[in-house]
Design a protein around this ligand. Structure first.
Ligand code: NAD
Length: 439
């Protein structure tokens, strides 16, 4: 369903009217395309206070191929290193660094504030670093013109581990990700021979890949070099076969809730899996008072139970290779809750619990990371079926004032999936344009 309002606000009368009436003014977002630069201009590298990582961060940013400067009239990206800020007084450096330049940021620009984890032993440092979260989330809401703002907490001893994440956040791949706090470990990144095909030589399985977000995930993983297995229910066979053929993948018609699902997946991937994407999901909306068990059970079964079961079985059988990546699908409904979705929100909040608990153990035992995407309003068949007024509200109630595209969820998944993303573990990243729901 085309976003006609977004199109209208891009015209001269649209700009005039929305400004006069104080209506949301979404800007068409640029997505990644081959050959196009990651940023439409220079990247400003700023520092708040005396950072100990300036030099290493400088070389890492230079390695991305972006045009990194200490001064620029019209930057397309800003990285502010605030890792040294450890007192409320130190926050003044954050203000003095960004205040003069934020207005000159190009449309669709990127701001990444680098911080560190708030300390458990030093409450002054913890206060100052936590302050950055409120700062970033507020700047994301006010910056406008399609720009995004994130807080990236790094482990100072593991600056290099941040490369895949900085490349993602400083590019159109993260067009619909804003207001996020992402915390990295110091885990050494796996080797990336070619940033244009970071998944070369890897095998990925995507559930629910016949259509919608799953089809886009499969396509982006294939674009990034992976050999892809597309799984969907046998009833979706034709759609699944068409998707698989279009992207050069293998179709695996299988209901993920089947008792032998993990065995069938293992049989289909004799060399093991490097990337497992749990995307299949269903809704059976009804308010709790009107919800019979028949509408409760399948949602928990497909969205959560089968994810737990297949993950456990594939880890146990060794089908998931060392250095592998598990990406699950939550939802902002699982974070904020939603009217008529007690079953769905419970299942998606369960995914968040799974990720947080399993991530450290999977990394320690198998070198495997576990993360989740939490989509907001994404333009799919599912959201096209939502009544007009609710749909319009869903589209506009976020900092970017528009719905996201399946490719936005896919790009986030592909970043998690990269060998270079070993330090990204236990994260739930919302792909929601900084939705006002559960912000
Ligand atoms: P969709 O309904 O278009 O696609 C889901 C796919 O999963 C379908 O192809 C379906 O056949 C498949 N599937 C369902 N049950 C299955 C099973 N038992 N075994 C195998 N495959 C099965 O949905 P979508 O909008 O593309 O959503 C994809 C994921 O993203 C879901 O987990 C959904 O909950 C989540 N999500 C979507 C949005 C959104 O705005 N579209 C928002 C938040 C979260």
């Amino acid at each position: 369903m085309a976003d006609r309002y977004l199109h209208f606000t891009g015209t001269a009368p649209g700009r005039f009217l929305t400004r006069r009436l104080g209506l949301p003014r979404p800007v068409a977002l640029r997505r990644w395309s081959p050959g196009a630069p990651a940023l439409d201009g220079p990247l400003l590298h700023l520092t708040a206070g005396d950072s100990g990582v300036t030099e290493r961060l400088g070389s890492l940013l230079a390695a991305t191929g972006l045009s990194v400067r200490a001064h620029a009239e019209r930057p397309a990206g800003i990285v502010l290193d605030a890792t040294a800020v450890d007192t409320p007084g130190g926050l003044a450096h954050v203000h003095s660094a960004l205040h003069p330049v934020v207005r000159s940021l190009a449309p669709g620009g990127r701001v990444v504030v680098l911080g560190v984890r708030p300390s458990a032993d030093d409450h002054h440092q913890a206060a100052a670093q936590q302050a950055l979260e409120g700062f970033v989330r507020s700047l994301g809401k006010e910056i406008g013109r399609g720009a995004t703002v994130q807080l990236l907490r790094i482990a100072p001893e593991g600056v290099d581990a941040a490369e895949s994440t900085l490349r993602f956040l400083l590019s159109p791949r993260s067009a619909y990700v804003s207001g996020q706090v992402i915390e990295l470990t110091a885990a050494a990144p796996g080797p990336v021979a070619d940033w244009a095909a970071p998944l070369a030589g890897r095998t990925a399985l995507v559930t629910g890949a016949g259509r919608g977000i799953g089809a886009s995930v499969a396509s982006v993983l294939a674009r990034d070099g992976a050999r892809v297995l597309c799984l969907d229910v046998p009833a979706a066979h034709d759609e699944l076969a068409a998707t698989a053929e279009r992207i050069g993948a293998t179709a695996l018609p299988l209901d993920i809730t089947a008792d032998d699902a993990a065995e069938r997946i293992a049989d289909a991937a004799p060399d093991g899996l490097d990337v497992l994407v749990h995307n299949a999901g269903i809704t059976r909306d009804r308010r709790l008072a009107n919800m019979p068990a028949e509408r409760w059970a399948p949602v928990i079964e497909v969205n959560l139970d089968s994810v737990l079961r297949t993950t456990d079985a594939l880890l146990k059988s060794g089908t998931l290779n060392r250095g592998g990546r598990i990406v699950a699908t939550a939802s902002i409904a699982g974070i904020a809750g939603n009217n008529g979705q007690t079953n769905y929100a419970a299942s998606k909040a369960g995914i968040v619990g799974l990720v947080r608990s399993l991530a450290p153990r999977a990394a320690a035992d198998h070198g495997i990371t576990v993360n989740a995407v939490a989509p907001g309003f994404i333009e799919t068949r599912m959201t096209a079926a939502v009544p007009l007024l609710v749909r319009e509200a869903g589209r506009r109630m976020n900092s970017l004032a528009q719905g996201g595209l399946p490719v936005d969820v896919a790009e986030t998944t592909a970043w998690f999936a990269q060998p270079g993303s070993a330090a990204v573990n236990g994260q739930v990243v919302r792909v929601c344009g900084q939705s006002l729901l559960g912000a």
